[in-house]
Design a protein around this ligand. Structure first.
Ligand code: FES
Length: 93
């Protein structure tokens, strides 16, 4: 229900299972229904990126974007940009 509930282990598990990357969306700053869930999500993604870096895996495989419901164009733009920058992604082959 909230991006703050996306645990680091869940993010890393997706990669372990073969995902090319992991992208998640959360509410824009100040608009999380659970007050600070999006701030927690940012911390979780930052920590997951640090773990990837230490493992020698490109941290750009992970992305968290905080958007507002009145920015639907940003959703498509962000997903497209994320997919195209992924190395070995299966979507652009
Ligand atoms: S409800 Fe928490 S980020 Fe949207």
């Amino acid at each position: 229900m909230c991006s703050g509930r996306i645990d680091i282990s869940l993010i890393l598990k997706a990669l372990e299972l073969g995902a090319d990357g992991v992208i998640a969306f959360g509410c824009s700053k100040g608009n999380c229904h659970y007050i600070k869930g999006n701030e927690q999500a940012e911390k979780n993604f930052d920590k997951a990126k640090e773990i990837l870096y230490l493992l020698g895996i490109e941290p750009t495989k992970l992305k968290l974007e905080l958007i507002s419901p009145d920015e639907p164009w940003k959703l498509k733009e962000t997903i497209t940009s994320f997919i195209t920058q992924l190395p070995n992604n299966s979507m652009t082959k």
